[in-house]
Design a protein around this ligand. Structure first.
Ligand SMILES: Cc1cc2nc3c(=O)[nH]c(=O)nc-3n(C[C@H](O)[C@H](O)[C@H](O)COP(=O)(O)O)c2cc1C
Length: 284
């Protein structure tokens, strides 16, 4: 078998813009990682990615998704990688939609969870204004991690025009930190999420919890606010790797349950079958 001399860094670029900010960050990180790494790029919005149909067929062992688009190809490409950069712009206070379209195919991606958990992944958000982050950075982390990838670094780069991100004084230091995290990925307990972030899932979104804590909106870890810091003291087992495997088993059980209650559900659905559906190109 032919031996690969270089390690493969896969840049998943969420932006349609050629040589835009997301692409520039991915290329800068690759350069920083040095000659042992080869960067391969995929422009996500150029792929054909259809909506998940919610049929759960891909959950059944040995079965794959029936949709014929580029998702299976993309998952195979990612599988070949030694490290990944998911670099995507903020659109309307969230990550650009193509990333969500891909993460919605999470059940198809679940076949790759075992392989993907060893792929160190950097999440890079580009955005016009820090204040207009909204849910974008956390959502981009969640959507990347939902594919099973091992997120080791989360960073954002501010700039509106293509190329503008590289004008910032912090550009080189951020690029170096991302490259370092990808070359020498920290163990789970060593991950530096940064202040105000959940150390487990990198979320910066929290809800007030009944006992006065702040609860991570994503993985339900709990923290007490200590001045500007968050002291985390609880991590929900549901959101460990084992918990997620159990969740997949639960989903498979739901798929099996469907066969046993199908007739009852059919009777319910029958009552709601009617409806006037408008379609483009048809007279209303
Ligand atoms: C349709 C659209 C919506 C945007 N929404 C936001 C936003 O909500 N918050 C923000 O900070 N920047 C927003 N931006 C700015 C981009 O995130 C920013 O220009 C980014 O650097 C683009 O990265 P790219 O060059 O990789 O495409 C938006 C840009 C576009 C085109």
């Amino acid at each position: 078998m032919e031996k690969r001399l270089k390690k493969k860094l896969m840049g998943l670029i969420g932006s349609y813009r050629k040589t835009g900010n997301s692409e520039i960050v991915a290329k800068a990180v690759a350069r920083q990682m040095g000659d042992n790494w080869q960067l391969s790029l995929v422009r996500l919005p150029k792929l054909s990615v259809a909506p998940c149909r919610g049929c759960y067929a891909c959950l059944i062992p040995g079965k794959t998704c029936m949709i014929e688009d580029d998702l299976a190809w993309l998952l195979e490409q990612i599988k070949q990688a030694d490290a990944v950069i998911m670099a995507a712009p903020n659109y309307a206070l969230g990550p650009v939609g193509i990333v969500k379209m891909i993460s919605d195919r999470v059940l198809q991606a679940a076949h790759y969870f075992q392989a993907f958990q060893d792929i160190s992944t950097a999440v890079v958000l580009t955005l016009g204004l820090e204040k207009y982050n909204g849910i974008a950075q956390t959502a981009l982390c969640v959507q990347t991690a939902s594919l099973g990838l091992n997120v080791v670094s989360v960073e954002s780069f501010v700039g509106t025009h293509p190329g503008e991100v590289a004008r910032a004084g912090s550009f080189d230091a951020k690029v170096e930190a991302i490259a370092e995290a990808l070359i020498r990925p920290p163990a789970d307990h060593e991950k530096q999420a940064g202040p105000g972030r959940c150390p487990r899932c990198f979320s910066d979104l929290f809800r007030p919890h009944a006992d006065g804590d702040l609860e991570c909106a994503i993985c339900k870890s709990r923290a007490r606010q200590n001045g500007p810091d968050l002291d985390f003291h609880y991590f929900d087992p549901e959101f460990t790797k084992e918990g997620q495997m159990k969740h997949m088993a639960w989903l498979l059980g739901k798929k099996e349950e469907y066969e046993t209650i199908k007739d009852e559900l059919k009777a319910i659905r029958e009552k709601y079958r009617d409806g006037e559906w408008e379609k483009p190109g048809e007279e209303s």
